[in-house]
Structure formats: C-alpha cells, structure tokens
Design a protein. Structure first.
Length: 109
C-alpha cells in the first residue's frame, strides 16, 4: 500500500478536498435559503440581505484568503515533513518488552 504509486498520487491529489468541501458547505448553506422563497413562504425582496454587494464580496474573499492561508501553511508544513523523511532511529524497546510469540520459538533445529 505504501509503495503503490497510483494510491500515493491519488492521496496527494485529495489534499485540497477539505478546502473544497468547506467552501461547498458554505455555498450550500447560503443558497439553501431559497426554498423559503420558492414555496411562497417569503417574498424574494424579503430574502435579500440589507448588506451591500461589496460587503458580501469582501466577506467571501476574506473567507477564501484566510482558509487559503491556513491550507497553504498546512501543505507547506506537510511537504517539509515529507522532504525530511522518516527518522532513522530504530526503537528496540518494543522487541524486548513484548512477549514471545510461537513464531519466535525454534522447534528443535
């Protein structure tokens, strides 16, 4: 599994999926208010907010920038960890602590 190039490439490509899911959820929440208008429970004029277009655009841009910075910082950190590689120290304490298993015993060589 750890040496399958296809799986590793797929895992790398799935990195931005968290940000995409977050933004999709935000859009879904905001657009989900429309059924009230569709079923006649609210007038379209009442469904709109009193905020100016520039305020809403600023809010969306700020959300994308903040989450982009968080996502970018996380990706940079992960890539730095990957480039360093695994630690070369081998922990031998586990092999001395665990009980022996049947495969560790020799049957009369």
């Amino acid at each position: 599994m750890f040496h399958n190039c296809t799986l590793l490439r797929f895992a790398l490509l799935m990195g931005p999926s968290g940000l995409i899911a977050l933004l999709a959820g935000w859009f879904t929440t905001e657009l989900g208010r429309q059924p009230w208008v569709i079923y006649g429970l609210m007038k379209t004029a009442d469904a709109g907010s009193n905020h100016s277009t520039s305020t809403i655009v600023f809010s969306l841009v700020l959300l994308v920038v903040v989450y982009g910075l968080i996502f970018g910082t996380g990706i940079r950190y992960l890539l730095r960890l990957i480039s360093r590689g695994p630690d070369q120290e081998i922990d031998t304490t586990l092999s001395t602590i665990r009980p022996t298993s049947p495969s560790d015993t020799h049957l009369g060589d």
